[in-house]
Design a protein around this ligand. Structure first.
Ligand SMILES: *Cc1c(COP(=O)(O)O)cnc(C)c1O
Length: 396
């Protein structure tokens, strides 16, 4: 069977690829320390589980719902956003779908014509560029300076702005760097977007996962003008430990939202009904678990950050949010005798049984991404094994 040109140029997700390799080793009985994970390791909080079970047993979850999500869930999204952000949206400005990843996909489907450009700061979440390409758009990558956590400035953005620029993706807190944009930085970016009429795609999925006194400012909250220029992307996966449930949502311009709903209506129809009931409880129920999980992540970050600095040739500024570390390991590669990061990552997995993700999938060539969405003991042991691996390579 000859497959489409579209799929031939598409890259599979690097993070999922690493996860698959680690799983293969584990199946051979090897104890792999997995720092490649892109999801919380916690079980979904009990109140949320219970709401789902209730919806199944009562029969409420047996049927299709409105494509954009049932009324109660739309209301829950609006009230959660109002409480967290202090800004208001109307029900026709909200769409709920099968995970934030699918929400982004229907956004690009609804937004882009062939040749339209989307500016994506690098390093970036692996799916942005690929999704833009599937939708006939052109990803335009732009890198901020590393000493400023790779955050891009308006000067960086102006250099790549053209009359084809349709959107700009802002991911703060960022996967993979953990960087958070300050209100001042966002203010300037917001004004730039308004001036050029560029849609700000604010992927706020890690907004609740910020540590050590750092604060997340959603760009949509800066002014009415900037809010109008922004589509907020969010979901329950990361903050409520609900990756498997597949519920994400967007809030923004009603015309754009209604076109996204049209695409979803021909692709998935509504997101899973039982997951919608779970998400209503997540967004409107007791929020204590969110804070508990955040505190656990914070402790893990602080330990892993400290231990990473013990590895020869590893450089990193302390991440502020999300649950990843993205160190520059160029000196370490040199010390170990490697000319590229992917080989080093593969050998680390094969020889030291520690799974991390190569920075090449995120757009830089001398970094690795480590996730601390795993227990302290695993993190500590993984650091021991990475140090031993590097020492062994150096001696050779
Ligand atoms: C995990 C993630 C998403 C997607 O989350 P869903 O599980 O699809 O809701 C979107 N953006 C970033 C940056 C992520 O890390």
């Amino acid at each position: 069977m000859k497959v489409s040109n579209r799929v031939l140029k598409l890259k599979p997700s690097t993070t999922l690829e690493t996860a698959a390799k680690a799983k293969k080793l584990a199946e051979k009985g090897i104890n792999v320390l997995n720092l490649a994970l892109g999801e919380p390791d916690f079980n979904t909080p009990e109140n949320i589980q219970d709401a789902a079970v209730k919806a199944i047993k009562s029969g409420e979850a047996s049927f299709y719902t409105a494509v954009s999500g049932q009324k109660k869930l739309i209301e829950a999204v609006i009230s959660r956003t109002k409480e967290d952000y202090g800004i208001e949206y109307e029900p026709n400005q909200v769409v709920v779908g099968t995970g934030a990843k699918f929400i982004l996909f229907i956004l690009f489907q609804a937004l882009l014509n062939e040749g339209d450009e989307v500016i994506i700061p690098s390093p970036y979440w692996v799916s942005y560029g690929e999704q833009v390409e599937i939708c006939d758009g052109i990803p335009v990558f732009v890198e901020g300076i590393e000493s400023n956590h790779f955050k891009v400035t308006v000067e960086d953005l102006e250099k790549v702005t053209t009359n084809k620029t349709k959107a700009f993706i802002l991911n703060s807190p960022c996967n993979p760097t953990g960087a958070i944009y300050t209100p001042e930085e966002l203010e300037k970016i917001g004004k730039w977007a308004v001036k050029h009429n560029i849609l700000i795609v604010a992927d706020d999925i890690y907004g609740k996962l910020v540590y050590n006194g750092n604060v997340f400012t959603p760009i949509a909250t800066l002014s009415e003008e900037i809010k109008k220029q922004t589509i907020v992307i969010n979901g329950v996966s990361k903050s409520y430990a609900m990756t498997g449930w597949r519920i994400g949502y967007a809030l923004g311009d009603e015309k754009l939202i209604s076109q996204m709903v049209k695409i979803a209506s021909q692709a998935t129809s509504n997101p899973s009904a039982v997951s919608q009931y779970a998400a209503i409880e997540a967004l409107t129920g007791n929020q204590e678990q969110v804070e508990k999980m955040r505190l656990v992540f914070e402790e893990r970050l602080n330990l892993t950050y400290k231990r990473l600095n013990e590895i020869p040739g590893v450089k990193i500024d302390k991440p502020q949010g999300a649950f990843y570390l993205y160190p520059d390991i160029s000196e370490c590669l040199e010390l170990c005798g490697y000319d590229n990061v992917t080989d080093w990552v593969n050998d680390l997995l094969e020889e030291a049984h520690v799974a991390v993700v190569t920075g090449e999938g995120f757009g830089t060539s001398k970094h690795i991404r480590l996730s601390y969405a795993t227990d302290l003991e695993t993190l500590d042991l993984a650091m021991d094994q990475i140090i031993a691996f590097v020492n062994k390579k150096q001696i050779k």
